[in-house]
Design a protein around this ligand. Structure first.
Ligand SMILES: Nc1ncnc2c1ncn2[C@@H]1O[C@H](COP(=O)(O)OP(=O)(O)O)[C@@H](O)[C@H]1O
Ligand SMILES: [Mg+2]
Length: 299
């Protein structure tokens, strides 16, 4: 798949604080790419560098494999901070100003208003909008000119549950139209619900990167070994609550459903006349520990 954004060893230091440290990542077309990390982990700084508003200390990045050259920025829609709209002007008139700034004609405005479900409210003054509607209008503004990528930084901050649900649905709908989404969030739940891929940041360092179902899934992996591996394998494969079985270094790695434990498996095997020479619940990885921290932060 086409590369949308690629960074190489991006660095940013603020005084003694290393905000972003040797950061490498690649985002491909069609992904909903989450940048997940607690407050202060370097998410906004990373996005700021990619958007050319923050100067990196060192390192580099490239949009769209360089195919648009200096014009690449016009292919990226972004909401970094709360956007500034004129409070007494209507949604429509505010978007006309945005269109002018972006050198786009007005024909795109109806499309984006309908897309964010504000078309019926287009003539209402901005100041009468709820926080969620304001955020949707900001997304509409970012989508003027048909960008190939959309950057959202903490898009649901401060919103009520309905507002949050609306934004999540809008993100999915926008991605379904082929726009690659880059979404920074400190909310594990948000990334799990909307993103296809994730990079976990902590203190400017990349802790993990990959598909959401692989990185954020909490797996229960049990390592087992027996004198007779064939017997063991055959018996294990008759247990229908085992999610997957993999052989590695003369051991079996079995993924348990959450209600199972090492003890239950051991007892079951003993009943079948199989004794284990090795039984080990795989330790949680660094990422998993980090996820626990994030979860606690979100409570
Ligand atoms: N303009 C700035 N001046 C000084 N320090 C900054 C500035 N912007 C960000 N930082 C620091 O850089 C680190 C990363 O910040 P930021 O990228 O905003 O994190 P996040 O978006 O993940 O919350 C934090 O320690 C923050 O205090
Ligand atoms: Mg931030």
């Amino acid at each position: 798949m086409e590369i949308i954004l690629q960074t190489k060893k991006l660095n940013k230091q603020y005084g003694s604080i290393k905000a972003v440290n040797d950061l490498d990542f690649t985002i491909r077309k069609g992904e909903i790419f989450g940048i997940l990390g607690p407050n202060g982990s370097g998410k906004t700084t990373t996005l700021g560098m990619a958007l050319g508003v923050t100067l990196p200390q060192s390192g580099s990045f490239e949009w769209f494999e360089g195919k648009y050259g200096k014009n690449s920025r016009t292919k990226v829609g972004a909401i970094l901070e709360s956007p500034i709209f004129y409070p007494y002007m209507s949604a429509l008139d505010n978007l006309k100003i945005v269109a002018k700034i972006k050198k786009q004609n007005y024909s795109d405005i109806d499309r984006v208003l309908k897309h964010v479900e504000l078309y019926d409210r287009r003539k209402s003054p901005f100041k009468t909008f709820s926080l969620g509607m304001k955020q949707r209008l900001a997304i509409a503004a970012a989508l003027i000119g048909n960008p190939e990528a959309l950057i959202l930084d903490e898009p649901t901050n401060g919103l009520d549950p309905q507002g949050i649900a609306d934004i999540r649905e809008l993100v999915l709908r926008t991605a379904a139209e082929g726009v690659t989404i880059i979404l920074a969030s400190h909310l594990l739940d948000e990334v799990q619900k909307v993103c296809s891929h994730v990079m976990i940041l902590n203190k400017g360092n990349r802790l993990a990167i990959g598909k959401v179902d692989e990185i954020l899934q909490e797996k229960n992996i049990l390592e087992i070994k027996s004198e007779n591996m064939t017997d063991l394998k055959n018996t294990i494969s008759t247990f229908d609550d085992i999610r997957s079985i993999k052989e590695e270094d003369e051991k079996l790695l079995i993924e348990l459903s959450p209600e199972l434990s090492a003890d239950i498996i051991n007892k079951r095997l003993m009943k079948k006349g199989i004794s284990l020479s090795h039984l080990f619940m795989k330790e949680k990885s660094l990422e998993k520990f980090f996820l626990e921290i994030l979860k606690k932060e979100n409570v």
